[in-house]
Unconditional design. Structure first.
Length: 133
């Protein structure tokens, strides 16, 4: 049985690097915010930033070690998260007094959080190999 192409080779290395940068950025931002600035009206964006950080860490790991199912799940969660948080942050700005990586569809991060899950899912599909359904 032929091996599937590895998700971490070729373009996958760039994708893993981008996910790693977002894992570090979202995690570090949320840790600093939760430690230094947590107030009752700002808990939601800080917790969402922490959740996004965990999602990015898991997606980075999954892509780096070719764990396709984990990558599919985490990138799917990322896609749902960025779309949901993006919509809610535009509809109810008071719920998001501070930015998160996913608020406003990632506007503060040049909309990369909105594009990244589509690229990740495309890459998983592209590297799925002939034996995949």
């Amino acid at each position: 049985m032929p091996d599937r192409p590895d998700t971490s080779h070729g373009f996958g290395r760039v994708l893993v690097a981008v996910y790693a940068i977002f894992a570090l950025a979202a995690s570090a931002r949320s840790i600093v915010q939760l430690i230094t600035e947590v107030e009752s009206d700002t808990v939601v964006p800080y917790v969402l930033s922490a959740f996004a950080g965990v999602v990015y860490v898991l997606a980075t790991y999954a892509l780096a070690v070719n764990r396709r199912r984990l990558a599919l799940v985490t990138i799917g969660i990322e896609l749902v998260g960025v779309i949901t948080v993006g919509i809610v942050s535009l509809v109810d700005e008071e719920l998001f007094p501070d930015q998160t990586v996913w608020s406003d569809f990632g506007r503060g991060y040049l909309f990369i959080p909105l594009v990244l899950p589509f690229v990740g899912l495309w890459w998983l599909r592209r590297t799925s190999g002939p034996e995949q359904e």
